[in-house]
Design a protein around this ligand. Structure first.
Ligand code: LIP
Length: 289
């Protein structure tokens, strides 16, 4: 992956202006995500539930805040004028690069000692995600992607980074489909109806517990597809780029972008089959209230 800064000429003064290269942004994203992952692993035994969000199962730990602060510090030390949108700290700054940070995706897995949690850091330039990293510490894995540069997996079990490609040519009835559920019981009731209708139509369902990791699993061919209603931007910003760069299509059910109403990812042919099924079930209808 190329390093250094891209240089362009200012339209007005002819003065060279530095634009951040996606390779530099992904290196910073990956380093910050890995360092936060190490912090989360090191302090796991000392987790204390500090607060709750929308329901008692949506736990916010002290560690979410500590991990986000570490990432913010690392990003701003390297790039002091950038903006950051973090799950815990909201939006700060207003620079041309905006970082999208989920310091701990899969909080419940983390609390229970399950390995499927990750740290997600993405970089947007001009509103487009150009770089992303998802570190999954207990799988000794970091997934990265740059726009147009492919998706990659660095793993302790593999010598050098491996380029990822999602599974191709899987029909819906043979597909292993990951999904997730929200925290409110009303939303879960609706999601339960949807998954009950999907389950007989696919090979099987997986509920792993972290959207960022699920999207990386699509990229790595560990599942064939992923869908979920209710994801937040910080859950999916990096993972969706990683999935797309591995050849998957991401989006909603009505030609829209992946987002809170629906996040769907799969290779394009399977995407279309699952989208049609989910649309027939109104799976992107947000629950009342
Ligand atoms: C999680 C999401 C996951 C969803 C969980 C939860 P959190 O985010 O990544 O996809 O199914 O219920 O919302 O709360 O761990 O950051």
């Amino acid at each position: 992956m190329p390093g250094g800064l891209l240089r362009r000429r200012s339209a007005t003064a002819g003065v060279p202006v530095s634009e951040p290269a996606p390779a530099d942004l992904v290196a910073l994203a990956s380093a910050a995500a890995q360092e936060a992952g190490e912090l989360l692993v090191a302090r796991h035994g000392r987790v204390a539930v500090a607060a709750t969000k929308s329901s008692p199962t949506d736990v916010v730990t002290e560690m979410d805040h500590a991990a986000e602060q570490l990432i913010r510090d690392r990003l701003l030390a390297a790039r002091p004028t950038d903006a950051i949108l973090g799950e815990e700290g909201g939006q700060t700054g207003a620079g041309p690069v905006r970082w999208i940070v989920d310091p701990l995706d899969g909080t419940v897995n983390y609390l229970y000692g399950l390995p499927g949690w990750g740290v997600s850091v993405a970089a947007e330039v001009g509103g487009v995600v150009v770089a992303g990293a998802v570190c999954v510490p207990l799988q000794h894995s970091t997934f990265t992607a740059t726009l147009g540069g492919g998706a990659w997996l660095e793993s302790a079990w593999e010598g050098s980074p491996r380029r990822l490609a999602c599974n191709r040519g899987v029909v819906l009835s043979d597909a292993l489909v990951a999904t997730g559920f929200g925290y409110s019981s009303g939303q879960r009731a609706e999601q339960g109806h949807v998954v009950a209708a999907v389950l007989p139509r696919v090979r099987d369902i997986r509920r792993a517990g972290a959207a960022a990791v699920d999207l990386c699993s699509v990229a790595a061919g560990r599942v064939d597809a992923y869908y979920e209603q209710g994801t937040h931007y910080w859950d999916i910003a990096a993972g969706a780029l990683i999935a797309r760069e591995a050849g998957a299509m991401t989006g909603g059910l009505r030609g829209d972008e992946a987002g809170e109403a629906m996040t769907l990812a799969a290779d394009p042919a399977l995407f279309a089959q699952l989208r049609d099924l989910l649309a027939s079930l109104d799976a992107d209808r947000l629950p009342a209230g």
